[in-house]
Design a protein around this ligand. Structure first.
Ligand code: ZN
Length: 393
């Protein structure tokens, strides 16, 4: 645990930045101990959560939640200790795994892919997941078509709870220079002299509308953290490497280097709309952001959530409870009459002079090799997307 320094932008959620990663001889001792415990293969979504726990992105959590917190989160949007929290962070066990390791004192966690042990969980309890309650509490629906509900159905019936100690972080072959931990983004902000930093969550390429929103926010703070989510997403979302090339192209052409930075958010996408908006904001507070951009239908999918649900949910918390300040934005666009970017709040004109394209239309254009208008998408970004779509067939 690291004490909060007076030079930091904002205190982490709960006051202390959690660090579960052992180093040096401690790490070696843990790795040796891990050999003697039963092993559990952890799949991609929960592996993302393990990494987030390890580096303190989920402060104050120091492990996978127990039943008391699980129920409290689902019923009240708070941990049992009263701290705001909206998404249960759980580690699943199937029936078979439960029989094999449910009674162990500690369990070794390793990725199901390479099975290189990473961490130990000290088993505090094993409890049965309440799928219906969890689906309603997190996603607001039990519809099996919802990608979050679908993932929930794929998860085990049991949850293994307890404190985690990590001796090796998950390996990543990509974006290494962008994989800053919360301690590292905080240090980067301090180095740049940023006191007020706005975070932007995205799982998509950035077009002019989101660039505009980010820059509007940047006008009132010191720095911008573009924080793309790079854990698991839906199969039809744009792949991470393509997105990263788009962000890099934008940054090299259109963003001031001393005011904006990119870093990777290792979380998996839940598509939980409002609940995930709050969770995303809390996580970004842990990364040192003082402000967080919440657009329309943040973390939404299909038409499961109302357009403004993810913004309104912030009102359900007491002032100061979340700490981080949400900045709510409308959809924005280029207006030919205004000759600039704007939104329904700032442009009095009609849709006939606003450059608005549906996601479906944009995908169609890109797939056929056609660049969307420069008022919609920077040409450098459009080129990368066209190339990627054509390569994918
Ligand atoms: Zn206008």
């Amino acid at each position: 645990m690291t004490a909060v320094s007076e030079f930091e932008t904002i205190a982490p959620h709960g006051g202390t930045l959690v660090d579960l990663v052992a180093t040096g001889s401690d790490a070696e001792a843990l790795a040796q101990e891990a050999e003697h415990h039963p092993k559990l293969d952890v799949r991609d979504r929960e592996l993302s959560d393990l990494e987030m726990l390890a580096v303190g992105a989920l402060s104050p959590l120091t492990g996978f939640v127990g039943e008391k917190d699980y129920l409290s989160i689902l019923e009240t949007m708070h941990l049992a200790n009263g701290l705001a929290w909206t998404i249960p962070v759980t580690l699943s066990l199937s029936d078979e795994e439960m029989k094999r390791i449910g009674g162990a004192e500690a369990v070794t966690l390793r990725p199901s892919e390479d099975r290189l042990a990473l961490a130990l969980i000290e088993v505090a309890e094993v409890f049965r997941r309440d799928r219906e309650k969890e689906a309603l509490g997190v996603f607001g629906t039990t519809d099996a078509e919802h990608p979050g509900v679908q993932a929930l159905h794929g998860a085990g019936d049991w949850c293994l709870a307890g404190a985690v100690r990590v001796f090796r972080l998950p390996e990543h072959g990509d974006f290494r220079q962008y994989r800053l931990t919360p301690a590292e983004t905080r240090a980067a902000f301090a180095e740049r002299g940023w006191k007020r930093v706005v975070g932007f969550q995205t799982r998509n390429p950035i077009h002019r509308a989101h660039e505009y929103i980010q820059k509007c926010a940047l006008e009132i703070v010191d720095g911008l953290l573009v924080h793309p989510l790079m854990g698991a997403t839906k199969a039809d979302d744009v792949p991470p490497d393509v997105r990263m090339r788009c962000y890099e192209a934008l940054f090299s052409g259109y963003y001031p280097k001393d005011r904006a930075m990119i870093s990777v958010f290792p979380a998996a996408m839940r598509y939980a709309g409002p609940k995930e908006a709050i969770w995303h904001a809390i996580c970004r507070k842990n990364y040192g952001c003082t402000h967080f951009i919440v657009g329309r239908d943040h973390a939404g999918v299909g038409d499961y959530y109302g357009t403004y649900d993810a913004q309104r949910i912030f009102e359900e918390f007491e002032p100061g409870e979340l700490g981080i300040t949400p900045l709510m934005f409308e959809h924005s666009f280029y207006c030919l009459t205004c000759e600039g970017m704007g939104s329904p709040k700032t442009c009095p004109h009609g849709d006939d002079v606003r450059v608005i394209l549906s996601g479906t239309k944009v995908r169609e254009m890109l797939r056929s090799g056609e660049k969307p208008p420069i008022e919609f998408s920077r040409p450098e970004v459009a080129e990368i997307l066209i190339e990627a779509m054509q390569a994918a067939g």
